[in-house]
Design a protein around this ligand. Structure first.
Ligand SMILES: [Mg+2]
Length: 192
């Protein structure tokens, strides 16, 4: 399987952006929650896996902070993502990002400032819900989508698209999809 860069699109949170890492830093710095590690995030639904350690109200407040960019900590890129995305952008632009965030918020500037992409080289679509991703991908002739939420992989697969699961502690159930553990592994699949 070699992927045409023009047919590839990307989720953002958990794939390009270390959003869960930021969640944990905000929990630690702003709410003094010290007993949660990245590996404890074993479900995409944070209250399912962290509910015994963090009050649900605080989880919701932090998620709102994340979406609005209302934090002083920095959102880090996932290891290797900036280098890989810039290499892919050399082969094809604009890069298409499809996120279930309700609005891009801080993400557009983050992709240029932290990931080093150009404003004209990115196209961000925020769907506001997971189940709208498939239609957006079909409309943009995407064949391969890099995603960390396993349920979304099943959804887009049903529409005949090829999900590529980006390995994270919250997607460790059995699945039939191509899986990558790093951006190096992903770029090895691309036909540059
Ligand atoms: Mg994600």
């Amino acid at each position: 399987m070699m992927i045409n860069p023009a047919s590839l699109a990307f989720d953002i949170d958990g794939v390009v952006a270390d959003t869960m890492g930021l969640f944990l830093r905000i929990a630690r710095d702003d709410y003094n929650i010290m007993n949660v590690d990245y590996e404890n995030i074993t479900s995409y639904l944070l209250e399912d896996c962290l509910g015994s350690k963090i009050d649900k109200k605080i989880i919701d407040i932090i998620i709102t902070q994340l979406i609005d960019g209302n934090y002083v900590q920095s959102l880090q890129a996932i290891d290797g993502a900036p280098e890989a995305l810039n290499k892919i952008a050399d082969a094809h632009t604009p890069l298409l990002f499809v996120t279930a965030r309700p609005y891009p918020g801080p993400i557009r500037d983050w992709l240029t400032e932290t990931v080093g992409l150009s404003h004209s080289g990115i196209h961000i679509i925020s769907t506001g819900s997971f189940d709208k991703k498939t239609d957006v991908l079909l409309k943009h002739n995407v064949t391969h989508f890099v995603e960390d939420r396993l349920e979304t992989c099943f959804d887009i697969s049903k529409a005949g698209l090829h999900p590529i699961l980006f390995k994270q502690p919250w997607n460790r159930e059995r699945h039939p999809f191509k899986e990558v553990e790093s951006w190096n592994e992903l770029t090895a699949l691309i036909n540059f």
